[in-house]
Design a protein around this ligand. Structure first.
Ligand SMILES: NC(=O)c1ccc[n+]([C@@H]2O[C@H](COP(=O)([O-])OP(=O)(O)OC[C@H]3O[C@@H](n4cnc5c(N)ncnc54)[C@H](OP(=O)(O)O)[C@@H]3O)[C@@H](O)[C@H]2O)c1
Length: 273
């Protein structure tokens, strides 16, 4: 495959746009990108980016090497069912949460090369993390291509078995909400302690950002980083002992297990649509 294989996006909502913008920013030529969306206003704004914007999914898929499925999971089966121009030699990349590869191949072909991804919301800011899974039909060069497309929205990693995508959903898919929840609680607590809301918000968000930078860019793991800021008899130790006594770690364990089992349930629902 060449450097700039034609890519078609079916559905040009938030997620597709962030990938398209990322690709354009990474010098992928607009002439090699097509997006299809039913809404005329969406197509107009896509055309303004210098890519081809189409209404007809069949035309959009005909000449693509890669087709990125970026519609809502609930409609994916019907959308694919109405496209007759998908060929097994084209790489199908689905970013639809919860739709299993078995369904995608049942709706296309048993020989279809398929990559199923689980991105997360920070992808909209180019700061996402996407886990990818490929079926056996996907070649090495197609894997590299899938990685390149999803890299446009942040970091990527591969999982070896599809069921791990449910665990990924529990950690990074739903994960941003856990951090927002923690931020909400810290902002509320800060205001109860006497700070004005804007100050509590700024302190909380910059602290979350700073902690993430330390965990990501530094050489220490989160456990060591936490220990390093927890002096015996100090304020952090007092706060952490209250979190421990309340069983916050166990609660998080149960929360992630709940998210994973909900992801498994949704796969059953969406896979039959
Ligand atoms: N946003 C996230 O953080 C996130 C995270 C992980 C996974 N995902 C997955 O990414 C996918 C897209 O999410 P999103 O947030 O980008 O959703 P979205 O903004 O609703 O985008 C979906 C787009 O598909 C269009 N569409 C609907 N029917 C179509 C058809 N028959 N042919 C072509 N386009 C059609 C919609 O148009 P109309 O608006 O006119 O209906 C809309 O523009 C979903 O499957 C979701 O599970 C999203």
């Amino acid at each position: 495959m060449s450097d700039h294989n034609p890519i078609t996006f079916i559905g040009a909502g938030n997620m597709a746009r962030s990938l398209i913008n990322g690709l354009l920013n990474n010098d992928y030529p607009g002439s090699a990108i097509t997006a299809s969306d039913p809404l005329a206003s969406q197509r107009e704004s896509l055309a303004a980016l210098g890519i081809q914007a189409l209404e007809d999914n069949n035309v959009a898929c005909a000449d693509a090497d890669i087709i990125v499925l970026a519609v809502k999971p609930q409609v994916l089966g019907a959308v694919i069912g109405a496209i007759s121009t998908i060929r097994p030699d084209q790489l199908l990349i689905s970013i639809a949460a919860g739709v299993p590869v078995a369904s995608l191949s049942a709706w296309t072909s048993a020989d279809q090369a398929i990559v199923r991804c689980m991105p997360n919301t920070p992808a909209l800011m180019g700061a996402g993390i996407t886990a990818l899974y490929s079926n056996e039909q996907v070649s090495k060069s197609q894997r590299q291509l899938a990685e390149r497309i999803l890299d446009a929205a942040g970091k990527t990693l591969w999982v070896d078995t599809e069921d791990l995508l449910d665990a990924v959903t529990a950690v990074s898919g739903s994960g941003p909400a856990y951090f927002f929840y923690l931020m909400e609680a810290m902002i509320e607590a800060g205001t109860r302690l006497g700070l004005d809301a804007a100050t509590a918000r700024k302190l909380t968000i910059e602290t979350a950002y700073g902690a993430a930078v330390m965990a990501r860019e530094g050489s220490e793991n989160p456990t060591t980083l936490r220990q390093n800021v927890t002096s015996p008899g100090g304020t952090t130790e007092r706060a952490l002992s209250i979190l421990d006594a309340a069983g916050v770690k166990d609660t998080l364990d149960a929360a992630l297990a709940g998210a994973m089992s909900r992801s498994q349930e949704l796969a059953e629902e969406f896979g039959q649509s």
